[in-house]
Design a protein around this ligand. Structure first.
Ligand code: PMP
Ligand code: GLU
Length: 392
């Protein structure tokens, strides 16, 4: 009955683990969730008020497919202010979450015969979205010793005449890596020379620690800007995961095609959520800073705690809200915890702690824990993990 496309697609493992943890919680189990990457903070009050006002004002009808002009202008201002990037309205598309922006890009840019290079470990949806477009993901392994940076030499080795795009994610989910200017310049040079596009997922831009600065690869120069599509959104920075607003900026021709695809699938993103996103971008920004300060404390508590557990080794991430410890040393201790999936399942069942196995991100040597959860739960969760692993 099913199309080949449907037969081959895997459900999002991060969302699947979240559903499982939520179902366990609903049935009365005290699960501590380090699973899904979702801020536990409430959406700031001013943003909620803007949405309520939109409902009261009757702003509840279809809007322009690609988003209302006011929101596009706020996004243009954001790019100018934060990234020194100048875009016009026809170079912006607002979609139903950054995931949807990425989906539209893959559909508009990639097709059978094309290859998209994905540094691994990668965020779970990139390969699936590339395959849904009929193209082929080409993985380039990155290593803990290089802080999971994509090395230009490794990238060069994977470029072929069919390479159409490279998917870059800085700050990165799941590794917490942020790219510096030198690495981005080397990658940009290869993209220009070999004529491929860069899909730059910058959704964690606002979540940076220890003075790390964000640099958008598109801002390196005019030539790379013409080959870059920047993706961002309000989910992570403003605790707005449920509102579903993301956006993309790139060459007008591509944005136009993406808008046509969107016009035949979802139409506009929710009118009310667009007004909320407008307030998020234009209103007071202090909640971003206070959430970040809290994430910073949690990051330290989680990473230090993980490093004190025998068999785990966890570098300090510089961005996003994920710890990505190497757990390979544990796998040899018992078949029960003999891989990242087995370890994650064991911890869920025996310790009631939910986390994501590294194999979901293309690297079985690791597990991912989101620290978008309270310090209290981080401490309780660490205690449970330590205790559950002590018997090995
Ligand atoms: N990119 C990355 C790397 C992510 O972790 C997420 C989180 N879901 C997204 C894109 C999509 O975010 P959203 O669709 O909620 O805007
Ligand atoms: N990006 C988040 C994560 O990696 C949310 C889940 C998802 O969209 O897949 O956990």
């Amino acid at each position: 009955m099913l199309s080949n496309r449907a037969k081959n697609i895997k459900p999002s493992p991060t969302l699947a683990i979240d559903s499982k943890a939520k179902a366990m919680k609903a049935s009365g189990v005290d699960v501590i969730s380090f699973g899904v990457g979702e801020p536990d903070f409430d959406t700031p009050e001013n943003i909620k008020e803007a949405a309520i006002k939109a409902i009261r004002d009757g702003f509840t009808k279809y809007t322009a497919v690609g988003g209302i002009d006011k929101l596009k202008d706020a996004i243009i201002e954001k790019f100018q202010k934060d990234n020194a990037l100048s875009y016009k309205r026809e170079e912006i598309l607002v979609s139903c979450g950054a995931k949807h922006s990425l989906y539209n890009i893959m559909q508009a840019l990639l097709g059978p015969g094309d290859e998209a290079i994905i540094p691994s470990p990668y965020w779970v949806s990139y390969p699936e979205q590339v395959m849904l477009a009929g193209a082929e993901p080409v993985y380039v392994r990155t290593f803990e010793k290089d802080s999971f940076r994509l090395e230009p030499e490794a990238l060069r080795e994977h470029i072929t005449p069919r390479t159409k795009a490279l998917i870059l994610n800085s700050p990165s989910n799941p590794t917490g890596l942020t790219y510096d200017r030198r690495s981005l310049e080397a990658i940009a040079e290869l993209a220009i020379k070999n004529n491929f596009y860069i899909i730059s997922d910058e959704i964690y831009e606002k979540l940076l620690y220890d003075g790390t600065e964000h640099l958008s690869i598109a801002s390196i120069g005019e030539e790379i800007k013409q080959r870059a599509i920047v993706v961002n959104g309000v989910s992570k920075a403003y605790a707005m995961t449920g509102w579903r607003i993301g956006y993309a900026a790139g060459p007008a021709q591509l944005i136009k095609a993406m808008t046509s695809i969107q016009s035949q699938s979802t139409s506009n993103p929710t009118s009310i959520a667009q007004m909320a996103a407008l307030e998020a971008l234009k209103g007071p920004q202090d909640s971003v800073g206070s959430m970040l300060a809290e994430f910073g404390k949690r990051r330290k508590a989680l990473v230090e705690g993980l490093n004190s557990i025998p068999g785990m080794r966890c570098p300090m991430p510089t961005g996003a809200f994920y710890a990505f410890p190497n757990t390979k040393a544990l796998y040899g201790k018992s078949p029960e915890i003999g891989s990242s999936s087995k370890l994650a399942m064991y911890l869920l069942e025996k310790a009631n702690v939910a986390l994501v196995p590294g194999d979901a991100f293309g690297d079985d040597d690791f597990i991912r824990l989101s620290y978008a959860t309270s310090i209290k739960d981080i401490e309780r969760g660490l205690g449970r993990i330590r205790e559950a692993l002590a018997r090995f």
